[in-house]
Write a protein that binds this ligand. Sequence first.
Ligand SMILES: Nc1ncnc2c1ncn2[C@@H]1O[C@H](COP(=O)(O)OP(=O)(O)O)[C@@H](O)[C@H]1O
Ligand SMILES: [Mg+2]
Length: 168
Amino acid sequence: MNLVIPTSADMERWGELCGAVARAGDLLVLTGDLGAGKTTFARGFGEALNLETPVASPTFIVARTHPRQQPELPALVHLDAYRLGSAAELDELDIDVENSIVLAEWAAPYAHALAPSWVEITISRPEGDSPDVESDEPREVTLSGHGEHGDLLDRLSKASEGFHVSRG
Ligand SMILES: Nc1ncnc2c1ncn2[C@@H]1O[C@H](COP(=O)(O)OP(=O)(O)O)[C@@H](O)[C@H]1O
Ligand SMILES: [Mg+2]
């Protein structure tokens, strides 16, 4: 599934729409170069979940657990796998995927070690490197389902209807 997200505000809004359909056991893997919009998406995603503390850029922390304001609901685990060297290192973090919603930046090589199924969200800047990363510029987004059958891709697809593009 392919999407176009025109602006940074749209990226946050789309993240929010995705967060609203997330459930315990969901794993979303975010792939894309520095400045692509992964954390912007994660911020919106977290907005939908009413977290105790907002999602930030996890620069020094590999995995951060954000409890919900309603503690009985599954927490958001925001993972930045940029510095991880192996699936074994990820295993040591002991992430309770089954009872959490996991949003993982840079984790594509290790996703199989985390959950039986996941959705990879790849964000790219179609115009390539422009001098001003901050200014709004459309992002191309691809969603793909991996592993055993799961319905996360279907839920995300429905939530993303306003941003779909058809490729002829
Ligand atoms: N369409 C867009 N979607 C997301 N971010 C955008 C968009 N257009 C411009 N931006 C800017 O790109 C930057 C993305 O940063 P960030 O989300 O931290 O990226 P990453 O986590 O992938 O390194 C922000 O400064 C944001 O304002
Ligand atoms: Mg980031």
